[in-house]
Write a protein that binds this ligand. Structure first.
Ligand code: 13P
Ligand code: SF4
Length: 368
């Protein structure tokens, strides 16, 4: 059914100005000394040591570019060992990160679940800030680093904890589900989190006739189309996925009626209406592994098509993709810097973290 209502900052006259009501934590002391910069020369030894990695990404990284990347990849992989660190990377990270240095890669749900199992004392999060915050919530005693803390998300930026409190005042007793693409401050105000992998399951787990689902209006619309629960939405959107149009997908189909189209549920409804399959980034990857389409249009962030093509070069990717500028803030150079200097460390006010952690853990503990 269609969403029942949609609200945004302009709908609350008494909305406090400004983004956050939570004071930022003071910068933490570094948990170890900075290490010297290793040599980043392209030598026969670097070529030999990184040859197995190049084999994995040779279909998406031209040979001329490899000598520029391989020394940094080798240095990062050695430093991880020296620091006792683990690298978690989202499916939207560039192939040299996803295939070259990540220990664990996945969608937001997989990264959150894997974060609960990490043994290493340092986590380097290659993704956006809310993902690093989620890792910190689940690992309060570990050092969580993000190579560039400016890696934000238009969804996370669209809503504050104060907005959630205003929604609760307007709809007393209605449970609140927050997409993980939100700040810890917002997670602290809600009943449970969800990702695009489990959004319908989370909404239905609450056994309520109505649910406030925030902040993505399009994911909310998609969830509403899959459940009888009444969905009250927020006017947030992903700046990457909202740019796709149904019209451009119809043009691909007209050019080749056999083409397969798969899309992320952060896309607008007219885009999802053209898709053969809709799912989270991990669900999309699994779909491609199983179906092995000859020609595929992947309606999501561009790097994911590269990461899949590296693994399945026989699938021809048509690429009307959009780049996420926030995901692309993470580079080999700043991952290396992060491991050398142990910066930038993610910190969350402990009292707020305790409340936010409950919402994330409640999602993780849901039975499948
Ligand atoms: P997934 O949970 O599907 O990986 O999505 C995260 C995200 O930010 C998509 O834009
Ligand atoms: Fe946020 Fe969209 Fe980037 Fe995902 S792709 S991190 S939802 S801005």
């Amino acid at each position: 059914m269609p969403i029942t209502g949609i609200y945004g900052p302009d709908d609350f006259a008494n909305r406090p100005q400004g983004q956050s009501t939570i004071p930022p934590c003071p910068a933490p002391a570094r948990s170890g000394p900075a290490l010297p910069m290793p040599s980043l020369e392209w030598t026969p030894e670097v070529e030999r040591a990184t040859a197995p990695l190049y084999e994995r990404i040779k279909h998406v990284i031209p040979p001329i570019e490899w000598p520029l990347m391989a020394p940094t990849i080798k240095a990062i992989n050695e430093l991880k060992q020296a620091r006792g660190a683990v690298i978690l990377a989202h499916n939207y990270q560039a192939p040299e990160i996803f295939h070259g240095v990540a220990d664990i890669a996945g969608d937001s749900l997989q990264l959150a679940v894997e974060a609960t199992k990490v043994k290493a004392s340092i986590i380097v999060q290659c993704g956006v800030h809310f993902m690093a915050e989620t890792s910190k919530l689940l690992n309060p005693d570990k050092t969580v680093l993000i190579p560039d803390s400016r890696a934000g998300c238009s969804l996370a930026a669209s809503i504050t904890g104060a907005d959630v409190r205003l929604l609760r005042e307007k709809f007393p007793g209605v449970p609140v589900v927050a997409y993980v693409n939100t700040s810890a401050e917002v997670k602290a105000e809600v009943d449970i989190c969800c990702t695009s992998s489990n959004a319908v399951q989370v909404v239905e787990s609450l056994n309520a006739p109505s649910v406030i689902f925030l902040p993505d209006r399009y994911l909310a619309t998609y969830v509403a189309s899959k459940t009888d629960v009444k969905i009250i939405a927020w006017k947030g959107a992903c700046e990457v996925h909202e740019r796709f149009t149904g019209e451009e997908l119809r043009a691909y189909r007209e050019a080749d009626p056999s083409v397969q189209i798969i899309a992320h549920p952060e896309c607008p409804p007219d885009v999802l209406a053209e898709a053969d399959f809709t799912g989270s980034t991990a669900h999309m990857i699994n779909w491609v592994r199983q179906k092995r389409p000859r020609r595929l249009v992947m309606i999501t962030e561009c790097s994911m098509a590269d990461n899949v093509r590296a693994e399945l070069p026989d699938v021809e990717m048509l690429r009307p993709c959009n780049l996420c500028p926030h995901m692309k803030r993470i580079t080999l150079a700043n991952i290396l810097e992060s491991l050398l200097t142990l910066r930038e460390e993610v910190t969350i006010d402990p009292a707020l973290a305790e409340r936010a952690r409950r919402s994330v853990e409640r999602m993780i503990n849901l039975k499948n």
